[in-house]
Design a protein around this ligand. Structure first.
Ligand code: SAM
Length: 489
């Protein structure tokens, strides 16, 4: 990629505030707000001046100062009415498409009619499709354990500050509008449990301590799964069993019973994040899975499996993908990075067949169960890294039907080998790229899909061209937005 193009990508990233998790590690929440507002500076100033009062903001002093900081970092658009938030998001998406257009021009793409639009965008941009739910929409929240504003190391909340700057403060998330009350309640009781526990929290791995983050998942029927991560350090099996029993008692017959947990999991982990394979999720109590309904289908979700964090928003997202995909009974739909199979299964009725690929084993097992439970028989799900599975699958395919590829990778974007495999497969004419961070690694992927053929990079297939971009808001109050990009050739 040309140097100026890379610089533009860096600038674009600077324009975008960081993700909720990253955001909670930022030192400068108010700066994020300034960046977010960008072109809507006047509107932002007006709203900041009017200072919409924060619900329940009655705490004086230190704690309320930190809560406000966290609110501004994690939900930087919270002061804006939702209509204004959508305008801010639309501006951000425009930036992405402008950057893509100019990078494509620099790369000498031959799709000049696409990159020379009067608005400077690489393709038409649909207005942002709103989230059906604005507040408390998260079905999953991750809470950390660390020192709070008062220095108490047994505080359960989200981070403000950064590890690098050594200024992390863990702030209770009670005021965040995107987190449902149930999640806040479980966090509050976990904190109470920690206060009762004789064991220390694990703040830094090398400094010892045990209690670590809490993940809460809920579904629309009110079921609640809690997952607690624990650093075993050098505890014996017997001591570990005692801790698990204390935790279970607290949430089943102690003060935490009011949380009404449907499942309680415990994961011993010595790494920042461990998969089920690396360190199994141990069910201490209740149901092994949580279930959710999406577009009339029932989905089983394991503790290790990804599921879109805004369920109502996910329905809108999948409907959007379905409309753009043009999958029909003559096409095979590839669902790359399929999680529990949600995209493929919700579109299976449109396609002749769905082939899903996913690296998390538990999610693949869920996807197979979900297909069987919902009576969907034209789906197959492959377990493994897409960069290993997909090239092999496409090479060994004997079927000559057209393929529609839907890719929905994590923030790291698609591995280069996945891009090569899709680009060099002539049967794929339609590609839908779903990204929650289109200004990041997804941008690199867009350029790899659309650049002129380059035998040195083994991108020999005809380039794709962006045809339409539809942003779907899944994350009200934050700057983030899911971008559904239709690319064809
Ligand atoms: C953003 S989620 C999308 C899941 C799914 N499309 C959905 O809507 O529920 C990204 C998924 O990619 C998976 N993933 C990450 N890296 C992968 C890889 N190298 N190969 C296959 N799947 C991967 C993750 O485990 C996660 O389930």
């Amino acid at each position: 990629m040309a140097l100026s193009c890379s610089l533009r990508l860096i600038r674009l990233r600077a324009y975008w505030p960081v993700s909720l998790k990253q955001a909670s590690l930022s030192t400068a929440p108010d700066e994020d707000c300034r960046q977010v507002a960008g072109r809507n500076e006047a509107t932002r100033k007006r709203w900041m001046k009017e200072k919409k009062p924060r619900q329940g903001c009655s705490l004086p002093g230190l704690e309320s100062f930190w809560e406000e900081r966290l609110t501004n970092v994690a939900t930087p658009l919270w002061r804006f009415p939702y209509e204004e938030q959508l305008k801010v998001k639309s501006e951000s998406q425009k930036k992405v498409l402008q950057t893509l257009a100019s990078c494509l021009r620099e790369l000498g793409t031959d799709k000049l009619e696409i990159t020379q639009r009067p608005d400077g965008l690489c393709c038409p941009l649909h207005s942002v499709v709103p989230s059906p739910v604005i507040n408390g929409y998260r079905n999953k929240s991750t809470f950390s354990v660390n020192k709070g504003p008062d220095g108490n190391p047994k505080t359960v909340g989200l981070y403000v500050g950064t590890g690098r700057a050594r200024n992390i403060v863990c702030v209770r998330a009670n005021h965040l509008e995107n987190i449902p009350e149930k999640h806040k309640q479980v966090a509050q009781y976990y904190e109470e449990f920690l206060h009762q526990s004789p064991l220390d929290p694990c703040l830094l791995f090398h400094q010892g301590g045990h209690w670590r983050e809490l993940i809460v998942r809920t579904n629309s029927s009110g079921h609640t799964m809690a997952i607690i991560t624990f650093h075993p350090q050098d505890l014996s099996q017997e001591e570990l069993c005692t801790q698990k029993a204390l935790l279970k008692d607290f949430f089943t017959c102690g003060p935490g019973a009011v949380c009404n947990l449907t499942s309680l999991y415990f994961q011993e982990s010595i790494m920042t994040r461990s998969s089920h394979q690396q360190s199994p999720y141990q069910l201490l109590y209740g149901e092994p899975y949580i279930f959710e309904e999406v577009l009339g289908l029932k989905f089983r979700i394991s503790p290790d499996a990804f599921f879109q964090i805004n369920t109502a928003g996910a329905e809108v997202l999948y409907q959007t993908v379905g409309k753009l995909s043009r999958a029909d009974k003559n096409t095979v739909l590839l669902d790359v990075c399929c999680g529990t199979g949600a995209i493929g299964l919700s579109l299976a009725h449109q396609a002749s067949k769905v082939v899903g690929v996913e690296v998390v084993e538990q999610a693949v097992e869920d996807a197979r169960w979900n297909a069987a439970f919902n009576g969907i028989s034209n789906c197959e799900f492959h377990s493994g890294k897409a960069e290993m599975v997909l090239p092999q699958f496409l090479m060994s395919r004997e079927d000559d039907r057209l393929l529609v590829a839907v890719v929905n990778p994590s923030r790291a974007g698609l591995h280069y080998r996945v891009v090569q495999a899709i680009r060099n497969c002539e049967a794929i004419l339609t590609l839908i790229y779903v990204s929650c961070k289109p200004e990041g690694e997804a941008m690199r992927n867009f350029l790899e899909f659309c650049c002129p053929p380059d035998s040195g990079k083994k991108l020999v297939g005809k380039p794709f061209a962006p045809l339409l971009a539809v942003p779907v808001d899944m994350f009200p109050h934050t700057i983030h937005c899911e971008l559904v990009m239709l690319l064809t050739r």
